[in-house]
Design a protein around this ligand. Structure first.
Ligand code: SF4
Length: 372
C-alpha cells in the first residue's frame, strides 16, 4: 500500500483499493453472518426487511434486535401492514428497544411509503433520506443493500475498521470526514451492498474494538495499524464532555390499593407518545418536596420513598425521587390537568401492558420494591 506524507493523508492507488475490496468480498462470500433480515446468497434483498432491520439496529445490538425483528415481521409482514397498525401497537411491540423516536418515525415512514410511494421505498439515497427516521447512514445502507447503489455506509464499526486499515491517528469526531472519504474510496461499483455488509461483519466479528483477530482478517497483509502495532489504539477519540445532570420528582399515586395513575406524554419530544407516571419537570435544580406537592396531579398525603431512580439518556443523566401517595377508590382522575396529557388509572397488574419506557419501568420497580 503506497503511503504519501503521513498516514492521515494516505490514499492508496485505485488498483490497491480494488484489491482490498475484492479480498473483502471473497472473505464475505465464505464467512458472511446468517442474520434474520439478510438475503441469502443469490436472493434479492427485500427493501422492507432491510429498512426495518436498519432502523432497529440504530444504537442497538444484533442480538437484541433479532427477536424484535422476527416479531415485527410476523405481525406486520409488509410496509403496508405496518402503516395500517395503530401507533400504540407499534410502540408497545417496540418496548425494550429504547430510543422510542425511532418507533414513531418507523410508523410515520411506513405510512408515507404505503400512501405516497404505493408501498415501494425510494431507491436513491436522497429519496430515502427524505423519509422520517432515515439519516445519512441508514439511507446509504438501504440504497446499497436493497437497491445495489454505490453508497458509502459508515457507522462506528466501519469507522474503526477504516481507521485501522489506513492507520488514521486523528481523533474522532474530527476524523469523521476523512474516514468517510476513505470508506468511499474502498466501496466498489459492483456488489456495493455486499461490500457494506462485509464491512459490517468485519467490524463486528474480526476487527473488534478490544481484540482484533488480525490473523483471520482478509486485510492483514495491507493493514497499516497492524504493521505499526497500533490497532487497538485506533480509532482515537477526543474526550467526551460530561452529560449534564437533571433531577425531578415522580408521583406514584395508588387508588384503592389496586390502580396507579399514569399519563400519556405529548406526541412530540423525548419519549413522545409513551405512557409514564406523572412527574414534575426535570431540571438542574429539582423542586423542593413542598414545591413538588403543588405540582402533584391530585391532593394526597405524599411520602418520599427511600433511594433514587437513575437513568442515562443520550444527552443528559436523570435522577428521580419517587413520592408515593394513595387515594380512595372512588377518586376521579385529574382530567384536563396540563393540556396535551391524558391521565388515566391503570390496574397495577396491567402495568406491563402499557408502552412504558425503560425509565418508567425502573420507577415502577422502585415504587413496588419500597412498598409504594
Ligand atoms: Fe482490523 Fe487487524 Fe484487520 Fe487491521 S488486520 S483491519 S486491525 S482486524
Amino acid at each position: 500500500m503506497a503511503q504519501r506524507t503521513t498516514s492521515a493523508s494516505l490514499i492508496s492507488s485505485r488498483r490497491e483499493l480494488a484489491q482490498l475490496a475484492a479480498g473483502l468480498l471473497a472473505w464475505y462470500d465464505r464467512h458472511r453472518r446468517a442474520l434474520p433480515w439478510r438475503a441469502k446468497a443469490g436472493e434479492h434483498p427485500d427493501p422492507y426487511r432491510v429498512w426495518l432491520s436498519e432502523i432497529m439496529l440504530q444504537q442497538t445490538t444484533v442480538k437484541t434486535v433479532a427477536p424484535y425483528f422476527s416479531t415485527f415481521l410476523a405481525r406486520w409482514p409488509t410496509v403496508t401492514a405496518l402503516a395500517e397498525a395503530e401507533l400504540d401497537e407499534v410502540l408497545h411491540a417496540w418496548q425494550g428497544l429504547g430510543y422510542y423516536a425511532r418507533a414513531r418515525n418507523l410508523h410515520r415512514c411506513a405510512q408515507i411509503v404505503a400512501h405516497r410511494h404505493r408501498g415501494r421505498f425510494p431507491r436513491s439515497v436522497e429519496g430515502l433520506q427524505a423519509l422520517p427516521g432515515i439519516g445519512p447512514y441508514t439511507a446509504a445502507a438501504i440504497a446499497a443493500i436493497a437497491f445495489g447503489r454505490k453508497a458509502t455506509v459508515v457507522d462506528g464499526n466501519i469507522e474503526r475498521v477504516t481507521a485501522r486499515l489506513f492507520a488514521v491517528r486523528e481523533p474522532l469526531p474530527r476524523a469523521k470526514e476523512q474516514l468517510r472519504r476513505l470508506a468511499h474510496a474502498l466501496t466498489p461499483v459492483l456488489r456495493p451492498g455486499d461490500h457494506a455488509q462485509a464491512m459490517m461483519d468485519l467490524g463486528a466479528v474480526i476487527c473488534t474494538k478490544h481484540r482484533p483477530r488480525c490473523t483471520l482478517c482478509p486485510w492483514q497483509a495491507s493493514c497499516l495499524a497492524l504493521k505499526q502495532g497500533i490497532a487497538t489504539a485506533l480509532p482515537k477519540r477526543a474526550p467526551k464532555p460530561r452529560r449534564p445532570l437533571r433531577r425531578g420528582i415522580v408521583f406514584w399515586l395508588v387508588r384503592g390499593g389496586r390502580e396507579v395513575l399514569v399519563r400519556k406524554r405529548p406526541a412530540k419530544g423525548l419519549l413522545g407518545g409513551l405512557m409514564e407516571l406523572p412527574s414534575t419537570g426535570w431540571a438542574e435544580v429539582p423542586p423542593t418536596l413542598a414545591e413538588a406537592e403543588c405540582q402533584a396531579p391530585l391532593a394526597a398525603r405524599w411520602r418520599a420513598l427511600p433511594g433514587i431512580v437513575r437513568h442515562v439518556f443520550t444527552h443528559f443523566e436523570l435522577e428521580l425521587t419517587v413520592l408515593a401517595g394513595s387515594v380512595g377508590e372512588t377518586t376521579e382522575g385529574p382530567g384536563g390537568v396540563n393540556e396535551g396529557e391524558t391521565h388515566r388509572w391503570c390496574r397495577l397488574d396491567r402495568l406491563s401492558d402499557l408502552a412504558l419506557p425503560t425509565l418508567m419501568k425502573k420507577v415502577v420497580a422502585h415504587a413496588l420494591a419500597h412498598g409504594g
